[in-house]
Ligand binder design. Sequence first.
Ligand code: ZN
Length: 348
Amino acid sequence: MLGRRSHRASLVAAGVVTVAVLAALTGCTGSGPASEPAATATRSAPSAPASTEPPSVDPRPETTGTPSTDPSAGAGFGGPRVSPDAMLATVRLLAGRIGPREATSAAFARAADVVQRRLQAYGYEVTRQRFAVPAGNSWGVPVEAGTSVNVVASPPGLDPTRPHRIVGAHLDTVPQAPGAEDNASGVAVLLETARLAARPTGPGPARPTTFIAFGAEEPRGEGDALHHFGSTAHVRRLSAAQLGAVSGMVSLDRVGVGTSVPVCTGGLSPLRVRDDLLAIAGREGIAATGCTDNTASDHWSYEKAGVAAARIGGTSYAEYHSAADRVGVPVRAQLRRVAELAWVWVRR
Ligand SMILES: [Zn+2]
């Protein structure tokens, strides 16, 4: 049961703009285990004034697992609020109970089943796209050729040749990592945003939004042709009319660490989606950082095809692509920031 009404969210100006310009970003994928880049100053966001970091403690009260339908609830969100508890439960399920989810593995298949069932329960029409991936070396671990899958959830009756949006997050991990931050965090925010978007009461998405859990984002070798397989497969199977109807795409990738939310393009995309996200962050009092040189997630597949796209996430962290990327790495406050940002973007 999806709210299909078009609605212009009534956003409350949050006062102090907390958008900072410099980002310390790394990719989700990269060229090898030793290549995790150091924090890099990025090109500045033209519309984003520099300012200070906000306090790390979010003063807003925690929500419970059952969102309120009170339209006055939330700080400017005018409807059901995000549930950090639900997102942390998703992280525990994927990274704790299921564990490492290499794109062709049985564990990945279990994770895909879980995500599919969840999205179906929210009322989406869920399809699977299978695609082949090559043998190679994923962050120092040999991997065999095989098949992986995208889990694609659309509102019932979606006409994919009419304007709609895509929110995606990769479900796979490198073989050695439980992937709590990379990228159970992104999948957790995706599921939470999909849940809110599907609610039958309260304002719904401004445009129909398709939610995709991608397979095989992580590298299987060096170079641009050996990662991002799921998003590449999705883009390639869109007709010209369908591709032209994608009015914006957001990739949620590594969204649970840090105190400021990275919002980036890879430099090809029109800046519309990125700048919309940064503007929302400013209005809602969500600390965010902008850049235009991040090609290391699934948004890049859409950018290369001419779609306005952006990545949310990518803050450096010590446990990256290691066995230490466990439950506890993504933190409640950052998951909430990202989910609120994504949800307001979907609604506006
Ligand atoms: Zn990732």
